[in-house]
Design a protein around this ligand. Structure first.
Ligand code: CU
Length: 290
């Protein structure tokens, strides 16, 4: 029988993510010399044109090596390991996103890979792409929809509903929806283009879904902050994020007027555009613009 031929061990960050990656992968560390043939780690660094988007520092067998080429193969005995650290060449426009080791992703910039076969490891760096107009969500109702005299609940579109009687706005956030911006988006929007406003003192209930294939999170922060600006205004462990296909809800009171962001705090994602504009206004009713 064939068992998974590689394991990905924890780096310095994202222990929870790494634990999930290790789970289900079998095989202990083997150091038999007889197995020393045919085990290697091939590091493939993506490039635009011929320029690699980053470098990788590899520690293995007591040595440290800086990898700058597109493809480097490190020969190791089977069961021996290499620790790989990715560094973006241009963090401003091409920040590190995640490692992909034999098809499994990790948001930690440093990973330890056991060479138990021919292993391929690739760091990914953000590359801007034009959003696909086909993938853009089409609002089911225009923001001009107004509450009727009798109903207190209004759906402005598929993403935002509010109840003026209870002063509650319910925001649906889908990470990776429409695969816009390399999936680093909320509701198909990125770089602040999704703009939600709520009046001060209102309760905001957020229903967050991760429809992508990598972890994402959502938290209300300031332009430069990484901690929630209101009590409860984040999913749990926003730096680790929510696994693909899962949901989380949180609610908070928008108790302070101001200009904020809803950001994904998984490392690199906000810098790559995964944030929305969130403003708390003095009066009026909730609004949403896409
Ligand atoms: Cu994210």
């Amino acid at each position: 029988m064939f068992s998974p031929s590689w394991r990905l061990l924890g780096g310095s960050a994202g222990a929870l993510v790494m634990a999930a990656l290790v789970a289900g992968c079998g095989g202990g560390v083997r150091n038999s010399p007889a197995e020393g043939v045919g085990c290697s780690v091939t590091v493939q660094i993506p490039a635009t044109g011929s320029a690699p988007l980053g470098t990788v520092t590899a520690h293995y067998l007591g040595q440290t090596r800086l990898l700058t080429r597109n493809t480097t193969t490190i020969q190791l005995g089977c069961g021996q390991q290499a620790t790989l650290s990715a560094t973006a060449a241009d963090p401003g426009s091409h920040p590190f996103i995640h490692w992909d080791v034999a098809g499994t992703k990790s948001a930690a910039s440093r990973v330890t890979v056991v060479a138990d076969g021919l292993i391929t490891a690739q760091p990914s760096f953000y590359v801007a792409v034009k959003p696909s107009p086909v993938a853009k969500p089409s609002p089911t109702a225009k923001p001009s929809a107004q509450p009727s005299a009798t109903a207190s609940t209004v759906a402005l579109d598929q993403w935002l509903t509010y109840d003026s009687a209870t002063k509650t706005a319910t925001l649906k956030l889908e990470a990776g929806y429409g695969q816009v911006n390399h999936t680093l988006s909320f509701d198909g929007e990125y770089n602040g283009a999704l703009d939600v406003t709520v009046p001060v003192g209102w309760t905001v209930a957020v229903n967050f879904s991760n429809v992508d294939t990598i972890n994402h999170s959502a938290a209300v922060v300031t332009a430069t902050g990484t901690t929630p600006v209101f009590a409860g205004a984040s999913i749990a462990n926003p730096e680790v994020g929510l696994p693909p296909g899962s949901h989380a809800s949180f609610s908070f009171v928008a108790s302070q007027k101001g200009n904020y962001r809803i950001a994904c705090l998984v490392p690199g994602h906000e810098d790559a555009g995964m944030w929305a504009t969130f403003d708390v206004t003095t009066g009026g009713l909730p609004t949403i613009h896409l």
